[in-house]
Design a protein around this ligand. Structure first.
Ligand code: DC
Length: 227
């Protein structure tokens, strides 16, 4: 059965912009499914390092992506049946994900897995290319940004709250590097889709961002697919 008429809200943006939190809350408010596409890249990078596959071994990574036993359940990601916990949430895992995400065949191997999440009654998803490549016909596309220093502060606070050691200057430098790599890669770079609405959350609370996306979705016609 075709799922192309199942509504999708695609939220793209740079690292640590808060798009994951906003997307998850919007999904919860609407009773929609939620796909954290970055988690797929993080999980693949993590599985590769465990299997001794180099982060630039494109064929090895593709083969791993095809056989990877990955399940999303109640906010947890299971890798080969075991909860991945914080292993894929570290800065190191994010850096590794950003590296493998530059490889075209790896992105291709993850494409259908992402599209399979489009199930009734709807999907909210976040990443870098959800509105441009994976779901170009999404009913609502949001490009969610925040200033890099504000993003570094948010990430720093998140890590400290979890009891993980963190260094603000180091985080800022890492974010700048990841921004540059994600935006400048040849395939599916981070960019605002021409029909994406811009949401700058630098001075905005999560709750206000969630309400804005919900209002925009209410205004978007579900019967008029956008390009
Ligand atoms: O959203 P995140 O920080 O969890 O993503 C980790 C990395 O994965 C990010 O730096 C780039 C890559 N990624 C991507 O290339 N395309 C996506 N749709 C999502 C993530």
């Amino acid at each position: 059965m075709s799922t192309s008429n199942v509504p999708v809200i695609a939220i793209d943006g740079p690292s640590a912009s808060g798009k994951g939190t906003v997307a998850a809350r919007v999904a919860q408010a609407l009773g929609f499914h939620y796909l954290d596409s970055g988690a797929l890249y993080r999980a693949l990078a993590h599985a590769a390092s465990q299997a001794g596959i180099a982060l630039d071994d494109e064929p090895g990574l593709v083969a791993l992506a095809q056989r990877l036993d990955l399940r999303f359940e109640a906010g947890e990601i299971y890798l080969a049946g075991a909860p991945s916990g914080d292993a894929i949430r570290s800065e190191e895992a994010g850096r590794a994900a950003s590296r493998i995400a530059t490889l075209p065949a790896v992105r291709q191997a993850l494409l259908e897995r992402q599209r399979a999440f489009r199930q009734p009654p709807g999907l909210v998803t976040d990443g870098r290319d959800m509105g441009t490549v994976v779901f170009p016909d999404a009913q609502l596309k949001v490009y969610l940004v925040a200033g890099v220093e504000e993003r570094a502060r948010r990430r720093y606070n998140q890590l400290i709250e979890k009891g993980i050691d963190a260094n603000l200057e180091q985080i800022l430098q890492d974010l700048r590097e990841r921004d540059a790599r994600d935006a400048n890669r040849a395939v599916a770079p981070l960019q605002r889709a021409t029909d994406a609405k811009l949401l700058d959350t630098t001075d905005m609370s999560i709750e206000d961002a969630v309400q804005t996306v919900l209002r925009w979705f209410g205004e978007a016609s579900p019967h008029e697919p956008r390009r």
